[in-house]
Design a protein around this ligand. Structure first.
Ligand code: IPE
Ligand code: IPE
Ligand code: MG
Length: 237
């Protein structure tokens, strides 16, 4: 990798292990989610300090809707609370706040609050913080395919010319570069239906620490690990 590419432009974190973290302490799973917010704050700070331009977080998957109602509502409530608590500081630090996912499934109050925060911070340029909420990779690809199909109905002669970049413009991540590095905490080595299209050539890092234990130093170590990778994109060097 050339020297200027040693720093990933986009780091994505699959924040996993909150429930186990709480269980280890004899507490309810939600206690781990609360503590996980402190890890989010730490990683945002670490990303800004390192000069990373895009930080994305997998906060809630489409499949997570199948969890017990009280856990789902606690997580949604936590999202509202975290936005209320953190937005001044994020805005002050030049963070552009973006939420991507199946927003139709979120309740109206949460959607309004998300809209307000996105509008307020849209001009910020230090870091783009993307929260994937009610997101899954297959959902994203399918909604993109449906939207594109609708557009193509009027121009069937153009279908043969559609390339990957044309298709990617229909994904919810349009305008956000693909993640250079995807880190998953908690020791699980899977993507759990995360950025299936966008992660095609992402470097993957699986770390054993549970999300509430993942802090600045761990983020910095992930950047160091990335700097040693050799990204070939299928080519011979
Ligand atoms: C990650 O922690 C947070 C979400 C998926 C919302 P988990 O809640 O999955 O915690 P574990 O993996 O069960 O320990
Ligand atoms: C992935 O974690 C989703 C998020 C971190 C938001 P899960 O805990 O839902 O994934 P599985 O069930 O272990 O695959
Ligand atoms: Mg989990």
């Amino acid at each position: 990798m050339s020297k200027e590419n040693l720093l990933p432009a986009h780091v994505s974190l699959i924040m996993d292990g909150n429930g186990r973290w709480a269980k280890e302490r004899g507490k309810e799973r939600v206690y781990g989610h609360f503590e996980g917010v402190n890890s989010v704050r730490a990683c945002v700070e670490a990303a800004i300090e390192a000069g990373v331009k895009y930080l994305s977080l997998f906060a809630f998957s489409e499949e997570n809707w199948s969890r017990p109602d009280d856990e789902v509502s606690t997580l949604m409530g936590l999202m509202v609370k975290a936005m209320a608590n953190e937005m001044d500081s994020l805005d002050r630090n030049g963070v552009r706040f973006v939420v991507l996912g199946n927003r139709d499934r979120l309740d109206a109050g949460l959607n309004d609050e998300i809209e307000r925060c996105m509008e307020r911070t849209k001009g910020n340029e230090v870091l783009t913080l993307v929260i994937f909420l009610s997101y899954s990779g297959k959902w994203d690809i399918l909604q993109a395919a449906k939207k594109m199909a609708r557009d193509m109905l009027a121009h069937p002669e153009d279908i043969a010319d559609v390339g990957p970049d044309d298709f990617a413009r229909y994904l919810v991540t349009d305008g956000i570069p693909d993640p250079d590095l995807i880190v998953r905490t908690s020791g699980e080595s899977r993507l759990s239906n995360y950025l299936l299209w966008q992660g095609a050539y992402s470097e993957l890092l699986f770390v054993d620490k549970l999300w509430p234990d993942f802090r600045k130093e761990d983020f910095r170590k992930a950047l160091e690990s990335y700097a040693k990778r050799d990204r070939r994109y299928g080519k011979v060097k």
